[in-house]
Design a protein around this ligand. Structure first.
Ligand SMILES: [Zn+2]
Ligand SMILES: [Zn+2]
Length: 260
């Protein structure tokens, strides 16, 4: 019987860790840097959620923790890539293998399982004793910036790093869907902490903001600590009664104006 997790050559694994660390860091600097520059360094029309401008000390701290988290993310990620090269994962190239319909189904499945895992581990990390060790670092940002996307203590980094590399051994996934899921993780991490509501007003007043986590939703988590634990979707918060929704007054004013 073959093991679920195959042995991989150590030198290949080491090269993959270095390569992947580089990719994760560059992707983080591009996405977070773009949002930081566009929202905080220029005049923007987007609604500001942050009650205070970020200090250089906070930005430095968010970047430093994120650099450390990137190493932790690179380790299981590199194992996943090398195991894939040796045929030990369920990652596949040929779209026809499971049909075209399986692509969106598997993308949703990956995001939903990731979201479920995130919601419950995140709630667990808010237990006072666990919080002090695992999650306090992330909540140093009362008014987070885009750089807070990976601003985790290494203990929290380990918890967050495991789930996607584990899923590729259990659920078949097309390489394109996997790359989409990984990019979505960085994108939502950056956007949900960006300090501004970037989605169009019609989305914020419609179904999108009822289903998806938005900066408005996640910034409430950083202010109140006891609600809004989700990553992508509001399902779990709504099902478990931990969902708080306080739209910015400007959205309410605009919805009244547009409906009259
Ligand atoms: Zn939290
Ligand atoms: Zn956060």
């Amino acid at each position: 019987m073959t093991s679920l997790f195959p042995r991989v050559p150590f030198n290949e694994f080491l090269i993959a860790v270095i390569g992947l660390y580089f990719i994760i860091v560059v992707r983080y600097f591009i996405i977070a840097g773009l949002f930081y520059w566009a929202l905080w360094k220029r005049k923007t029309k987007h609604i500001k959620l942050a009650t205070q401008d970020p200090s250089p000390k906070l930005v430095r701290s968010e970047i430093n923790w994120s650099m450390l988290t990137s190493i932790i993310f690179a380790i299981p990620g590199a194992y996943m890539i090398v195991a894939w090269e040796h045929g030990g994962t369920l990652i596949y190239n040929d779209v026809d293998k499971y049909g075209i319909l399986y692509l969106p189904v598997s993308a949703f499945l990956f995001m939903f399982i990731h979201d479920t895992y995130f919601y419950w581990t995140h709630r667990w990390m808010h237990k006072p004793k666990i919080f002090r060790v695992f999650h306090k670092v992330h909540h140093q940002s009362l008014n987070p910036t885009p750089w807070a996307a990976f601003s985790f203590h290494p203990t929290e980094g380990v918890v967050e790093a495991m789930i996607i590399p584990l899923l590729v051994f259990i659920i078949p996934v097309h390489i394109g869907v996997l790359l989409f899921a990984l990019t979505a993780m960085t994108f939502f991490g950056v956007v949900n902490h960006c300090g501004f509501e970037i989605y169009p007003k019609s989305w914020m007043q419609g179904a999108f903001a009822k289903i998806m986590i938005t900066p408005t939703h996640h910034s409430l988590h950083h202010k109140k600590f006891n609600s809004n634990y989700g990553l992508y979707f509001r399902f779990w918060d709504q099902w478990m009664g931990t969902d708080k929704w306080e739209p910015h007054p400007q959205f309410i004013a605009n919805s009244k104006a547009s409906s009259s």
